[in-house]
Write a protein that binds this ligand. Sequence first.
Ligand code: 13P
Ligand code: SF4
Length: 303
Amino acid sequence: MNELQRQILDLKERMDAIILGHNYQRKEVQDVSDFLGDSYGLSVQASKTNAKIIVFCGVDFMAESAKILNPEKTVLHPNPKARCPMAAMVDVKSLKELKAEHPGAPVVSYVNTTADVKAESDICCTSANAVKIVQSLPDKKIIFVPDTNLGLYVQRFVKDKELVLWPGYCPTHVNISKENLLELKRQHPQAEILVHPECTPDVIDIADHAFSTEGIIRHVTSSAKKEFIIGTEENMIYRLRREAPDKIYYAVPNATCPNMREITLEDVLDSLTKMQHKIELPPEIIRRAKLPLERMIAAGRQS
Ligand code: 13P
Ligand code: SF4
């Protein structure tokens, strides 16, 4: 633990703050987080914390979700440059047009969306429960935004439904290539290939499993296997080594999310000392976005 980390931990105690960190955060930020997890787990933690202040170390939509679930709390986002490009790929105007083209079709929005898009949605989902949520809806036709690849992944399990997809994607996960994964598999034939469902369909096809980031951790910790090829953001491997240090991990090349890495320890300390970068959202958006997020939490994880 370095001096900066000690200062953060001390300040956080004195200020009654909790630090929530996504599994893709820098190693040193993971080390000061009270709770690490995927988007689903972090939303659950945000909804049940008693702390007065939430310091959210993740991208913008995650911190916004924490605010929507806790309008009365202060939510600090240590570096506003940490923005998910996929969440910016669909806007309210386009979503309203899509809804008009498919009257009556409910909207499932991936949690990687802006607060105002959530406010226009019937229910949110994360990669930990997208299939379960789509399956739970009685409708045959469902609008699913913004991640085409997650939508195509869900469509594999819900053959009786028509998903209307939006051309959004994750620039990090579309960079993960089947060729690179197969090359790692050739070098380590015993290893299982685990990928995130934001990967492209050809990558999903050759993977042993596709899970949310926390799903990958749960799988690795309960598996009898020893070696894993990890097809998602590279910082996941730091978290995996913490949870299952006896296993061996192989990182796929080109899998970094620069947006998640924007948050540094200095930013975390500054946000606490200056109480800066508070998430502020219009009350009407909070009111309307809360229900789809609460429905997402109530649905639970995929079993
Ligand atoms: P998880 O919810 O699986 O952690 O994924 C979030 C994300 O942004 C993946 O790119
Ligand atoms: Fe957004 Fe992709 Fe980064 Fe996740 S990995 S935060 S989806 S850009």
